[in-house]
Design a protein around this ligand. Sequence first.
Ligand SMILES: Nc1ncnc2c1ncn2[C@@H]1O[C@H](COP(=O)(O)OP(=O)(O)OP(=O)(O)O)[C@@H](O)[C@H]1O
Ligand SMILES: [Mg+2]
Length: 237
Amino acid sequence: MAERLLEVISIETRYGLSQVLFGISLAISPGEMVTLMGRNGMGKTTTVRSVMGLTPCMAGSIRFDGREVASLPSFRVAQLGIGLVPEGRQIFPNLTTRENLVATAANRTDAADPWTLDKVCELFPRLGERLNSMGNLLSGGEQQMLAIGRALMTNPRLLILDEATEGLAPLVRAEIWQCLTRLKAAGQSILVIDKNVAALTRIADRHYLIERGRVVWCGTSAELAAAPQVQHQYLGI
Ligand SMILES: Nc1ncnc2c1ncn2[C@@H]1O[C@H](COP(=O)(O)OP(=O)(O)OP(=O)(O)O)[C@@H](O)[C@H]1O
Ligand SMILES: [Mg+2]
């Protein structure tokens, strides 16, 4: 296994003529939980889209387990073991919870102890109660749990969550943080985007702050917690 699970090196990405990323670099080691934070519109989702091959970068390099993936189509990137919980969740509205969970399930990475429907329901008991409900009838929190469960059912080596708890009630948020803590303890590598700095400095290892398509600060949770001026300048806290 490569020393770095994911290595993003100086990527530049544009939508049409409008350049959004100006040389983003970040790295995630196996088993780490790393965050990407920044104000609205700074390029967090675009970074994730570039990693997934959804909006390919025009310069730079993206290595997953030592292999260059920057020019691969998104389905290949997913097959290599990156599971995305997308911004907006993108649950299949006219499939049941159970169907959503199994629709894209796969053990592509030959995980020794792969995810099953039962294990996802143990992680999120609420989903177990709603297995036969249509996706569009679930609450926002249930949909987010379903999106996480669906990504886990692909047995990803790297789980990426874009806006992990946006728009969710405090109790549901706490449940999501607890779930990520459990996943990390089980060795899952995680890249998480969210605006909840207090929670993330408790549960994540390292942080990258971005502003206008550039990484402006990176450091550990202890360093970020001890830098209120950094939080104020780049996160508006
Ligand atoms: N499909 C698109 N076409 C053109 N410009 C886009 C597109 N998607 C995003 N952008 C622009 O790219 C910039 C970065 O957007 P991005 O969605 O990556 O930001 P973000 O950090 O994820 O923001 P948020 O916190 O609101 O989710 C913004 O200026 C946005 O308007
Ligand atoms: Mg975004």
